[in-house]
Design a protein around this ligand. Sequence first.
Ligand SMILES: Nc1ncnc2c1ncn2[C@@H]1O[C@H](COP(=O)(O)OP(=O)(O)OP(=O)(O)O)[C@@H](O)[C@H]1O
Ligand SMILES: [Mg+2]
Length: 282
Amino acid sequence: MKTPPRLQSLMDEGLIDSVVRQLMSGKEAEAYVVRCGDETRCAKVYKEATHRSFRQAVDYTENRRVKNSRQARAMAKGTRFGRAAQEAAWQSAEVQALYKMADAGVRVPTPYNFHDGVLLMELVVDADGDAAPRINDVELTADEARSHHAFLIKEVVRMLCAGTIHGDLSEFNVLLGADGPVIIDLPQAVDAAGNNHAQAMLLRDVNNLRGFFGQFAPELLKTHYGAEMWDLFQRGLLSTETVLTGKFARDERAVDLTGVMREVDDARAEEAARLVRMKTGA
Ligand SMILES: Nc1ncnc2c1ncn2[C@@H]1O[C@H](COP(=O)(O)OP(=O)(O)OP(=O)(O)O)[C@@H](O)[C@H]1O
Ligand SMILES: [Mg+2]
């Protein structure tokens, strides 16, 4: 196809040789199949901020570290430099998250390059070598649903153990490659330890998976993997080897009523003694 303008500089730099076709256009980006030498890759072109839904809401950018304080101040003030810095931070957040997740052994597309607002990465393919479908577009048997769900729960744990929460995980951001599910679309990944919304985002991610795979294997709908892994993570007990059960019992041990009443009685007795002392001037 004719080279889209945003890919021209990558052509000029020799990073890509030709553009084969456009993949589905997302809300934040357009993805293309490109040729690089003998290899077929995926080029993700980020839309300009003004063309995007404003997903980088405060919960996502909270605690995202920026390189220097001028940048941080400008981002806070929303100046033009600030918006540009925020834009760059948003794009490079996905690149950084991809490298970090790939390092942690999470099944994400292998990142190759990031140039002029374009991310070059592995093209996830199906058994025929064509761009893989989103898992949402695939009919699954109950067994397939169970096994993909179990695999993805392990990947979420692996991400969490590496300190990261996807933040927008769902059947729309998982591709079904020839060798199983691949997690994509990470610009909003958040720091699991330093973000007040981390727990809520993790639960949402895990519940999205539960709701989707539960359509094919209804017993999954009764599971509580999100709450279980968060509880272990918070207590420093989660590892990539942890075997989860999907069960999570809230701590609902009966309040020790006798103990509470004893304390109330003690306080009353003390107050009575104080009043007696005041009256008697002791
Ligand atoms: N590495 C890849 N290999 C194959 N296809 C991909 C790859 N990355 C993205 N795609 C395709 O491009 C689409 C858009 O990609 P992605 O989800 O990363 O972009 P987005 O614009 O942020 O999406 P969203 O619609 O969730 O906002 C995906 O649904 C998928 O079909
Ligand atoms: Mg997406």
